[in-house]
Design a protein around this ligand. Structure first.
Ligand code: SF4
Length: 226
């Protein structure tokens, strides 16, 4: 599915980010401690404070950052963990992300897409093992358009087994246009998840060198209308 970037411009201030990272090298330990305390106070960090944390090399200070992160997470979420099972619907993909086994250049990968019956059987098996939440995963391919995704989600929601059912289906698929999001929303999906591996554009291009579209999957998220 091709999403045009015509009329869009990048909103990621690369030069500013590089400048901040350089400027915040070797921040004193007292500043790092203050930033951790600010974070634990649930105040949003400024970009220069984040840059200072990223630059920390001292093992003790790094440990303080990790301990602070764990404490903040526990203060906000406690010990709650939400589990969901992945259901891979299809691994056809037109992209060539170097880190992914589904990439188009991987000729050793066997490609398949679950049929309606496969989906029903997979759902029953997942329900039987106690799952109530899924994330359905699709490669980036014209055959996995919004209508296809909506139909597969509906199949899962309609499958009941031994008094059990899947109550929430999240989606992991390619970016869509607005009409596409309307179609999948209409079947009651939970979260629509699109991975953005990095906002660092040179790194993004090195990971996804041969993308068939003007910009890579997710890379378009760094762009906004003029
Ligand atoms: S778009 Fe997704 S499925 Fe396709 S190659 Fe990249 S990471 Fe893999």
């Amino acid at each position: 599915m091709k999403i045009s970037t015509e009329g869009l411009k990048s909103f990621i201030p690369n030069a500013e980010i590089e400048r901040l990272l350089k400027e915040q090298e070797n921040a004193p330990a007292s500043r790092i401690r203050d930033i951790i305390a600010k974070s634990l106070d649930k105040q949003r960090l400024n970009p220069d404070e984040t840059a200072a944390l990223i630059n920390v090399k001292d093992p003790e200070l790094r440990q303080m950052i990790m301990d602070g992160a764990r404490e903040l997470k526990e203060r906000i979420y406690g010990n709650r963990i939400v589990l969901f099972a992945p259901l891979y619907v299809g691994n056809e993909c037109i992209n060539d992300c170097v880190y992914c086994g589904f990439r188009i250049s991987n000729t050793e990968c066997s490609r398949s897409t679950l049929s309606h019956d496969d989906l029903v059987n997979e759902t029953k098996a997942l329900v039987e093992t106690g799952h109530k939440r899924l994330i359905m995963v699709y490669g980036e391919h014209p055959k996995y358009d919004a209508r296809f995704i909506a139909d597969t989600v509906q199949t899962v929601y309609e499958t009941k087994y031994k008094k059990g059912e899947i109550r929430r289906v999240n989606i992991n698929a390619a970016p869509m246009d607005i009409e596409g999001y309307r179609i999948v929303k209409a079947v009651g999906i939970g979260t629509y998840q699109i991975f953005q591996e990095t906002y660092h554009q040179p790194a993004m291009k090195s990971c996804i060198p041969e993308d068939p579209r003007a910009v890579s999957s997710g890379d378009w998220m760094g762009w906004t209308a003029l």
